[in-house]
Design a binder for this molecule. Structure first.
Ligand code: NQM
Length: 355
C-alpha cells in the first residue's frame, strides 16, 4: 500500500462506530488486510492513540463492502472486529449495529442505485452466509439521515433503518442450540449455549452473585466475576463448535435477570471482556429467542410480550427486537430498528510499518 491513504467512510451504525471500506481498496490477502486494519485503527494499544479507533470494542469495527456475488443480494458485507489492545482482527462474528450503516454506505459509494423515497438493500452477511434486508430512506435520490427514530444509547433522533433477518439460527455454531440442550452446566452454573445470529452463553446474573442492574463501569471493575465468566466461556467455545475461543470475540457472555422497566428481560453483555454499553443487535435477538425455550435462565426470568416485540433491557435503556414466531413456536425470523449516520468521508492513513 502506498502512503497516499485509503478511501474510508467513518459511520455510526446503531450504537457502534466503524470504518467502512470498499473491498477493492484493500489488499486481497486476509493477512495483509488485517495488518493494515490494525495500523489504521491504532491497535494494539488500549488508547488506540495512533489510529482512528475509539479505544473501545464498540468503536473499533470495520465493514468491507462489495457488489454481491449472490443473486439474492445486492451487497457483500464482511464484518471485522479489530481488537483494541491485542493485535487481533476477527471475522468470527457478525455485527448488527455496523450492519445498519451498510445500506447507507453502499448507496453513498454508488454500489446500489436509489430506487425511490426508500431503497431496499439486500445485504449478504459474509460472516454468517445469511442475507439481511435493510430499508434506507432515500428521498430526492440520496441517503437521508434525518428522522424521528430514537434508539437507546444514541442521543437525538435519526432516520429509521429497519433491518429484517431470516434463517439466522446457527450463524456461527451451525445450529441454534449447538449442544442440543436448552441448559448446560459449566463450573456449576446453568447456562444456555445458543446462536440465533450471535453465539451467546446466557447465565443468571444471580448465579455469579450479581443483581443484573450493575452499571458497565461496576461490572468492568469486578475482576472476580470477569475471571469466572472467562473460565466458563473458554469451556463453552468448544461445546458450541467454535473451537478454542481464547483469541476470539465470541461467544458473548450475557447475564440475565428479571426485567425492571417493563421489558421482556434484563441483560448485561460481556463482549466478551469489556461490557457492552447497551447490547448488540444479534445478541438481543439471540437472548429474546432464548426466552422462548422450554428451560433455561432466560426462559425462566422473562416476561413474554403478547405481540412478539421483545424489549431487551440493557445498561442504557432497552432494545426492541421483533421475533417472527412460527406455528410450532420456533423463531422463523427477526427484525430490529436501528439508525445510522455518516460522520466522515475521506482518506485514512495507516501507521507505517517500522523502518
Ligand atoms: O450483536 C458488539 C455491537 C456488537 C455486536 C459486540 C452487534 C450484534 O453492538 O449484532 O451489534 O457484541 O461485539 O456493535
Amino acid at each position: 500500500m502506498s502512503d497516499d491513504g485509503i478511501r474510508c467512510l467513518w459511520m455510526r451504525g446503531g450504537t457502534s462506530k466503524g470504518a467502512y471500506f470498499l473491498a477493492e481498496d484493500l489488499p486481497d490477502s486476509p493477512a495483509e488486510r488485517d495488518d493494515l486494519l490494525l495500523r489504521i485503527m491504532g491497535s494494539p494499544d488500549p488508547r488506540q492513540i495512533d489510529g482512528i479507533g475509539g479505544a473501545d470494542p464498540l468503536t473499533s469495527k470495520v465493514a468491507i463492502l462489495s457488489r454481491s456475488s449472490r443473486p439474492d443480494a445486492d451487497i457483500d458485507y464482511l464484518f471485522l472486529q479489530v481488537f483494541v489492545d491485542q493485535a487481533l482482527v476477527s471475522t468470527a462474528q457478525g455485527c448488527g449495529n455496523i450492519l445498519a450503516g451498510v445500506g447507507p454506505a453502499a448507496i453513498e459509494r454508488g454500489l446500489v442505485p436509489v430506487t425511490g423515497s426508500e431503497t431496499q438493500v439486500r445485504i449478504h452477511m459474509v460472516n454468517s452466509g445469511e442475507v439481511a434486508i435493510a430499508r434506507i430512506s432515500t428521498p430526492g435520490g440520496r441517503v437521508n439521515y434525518r428522522g424521528t427514530a430514537v434508539i437507546a444509547g444514541v442521543p437525538g433522533s435519526h432516520a429509521a433503518v429497519p433491518l429484517l433477518f431470516a434463517n439466522i439460527a446457527g450463524s456461527m455454531c451451525g445450529s441454534l442450540l449447538p449442544t442440543g440442550r436448552d441448559v448446560d452446566v459449566i463450573d456449576g452454573v446453568e447456562a444456555t449455549l445458543i446462536d440465533n445470529g450471535m453465539p451467546c452463553v446466557i447465565l443468571r446474573a444471580s448465579d455469579v452473585g450479581l443483581s443484573g442492574c450493575e452499571s458497565r463501569e461496576e461490572l468492568e471493575a469486578n475482576e472476580a466475576v470477569k475471571a469466572r465468566l472467562e473460565a466458563i466461556r473458554l469451556q463453552a467455545g468448544p461445546m458450541m463448535a467454535l473451537g478454542d475461543v481464547s483469541q476470539a470475540s465470541v461467544p458473548k457472555m450475557i447475564l440475565v435477570s428479571s426485567p425492571t422497566a417493563g421489558g421482556a428481560i434484563a441483560t448485561r453483555s460481556f463482549i466478551p471482556h469489556r461490557v457492552h454499553a447497551s447490547i448488540g443487535v444479534f445478541a438481543a435477538i439471540t437472548v429474546a429467542t432464548a426466552t422462548r425455550l422450554h428451560n433455561g435462565p432466560a426462559a425462566e426470568l422473562a416476561v413474554q410480550p403478547p405481540d412478539g416485540r421483545f424489549h431487551v433491557e440493557h445498561p442504557s435503556g432497552d432494545m426492541e427486537v421483533f421475533l417472527d414466531i412460527a406455528e410450532d413456536g420456533g423463531v422463523r425470523g427477526a427484525g430490529n430498528i436501528r439508525t445510522a449516520r455518516k460522520l466522515f468521508d475521506g482518506v485514512v492513513f495507516a501507521r507505517q510499518t517500522e523502518v
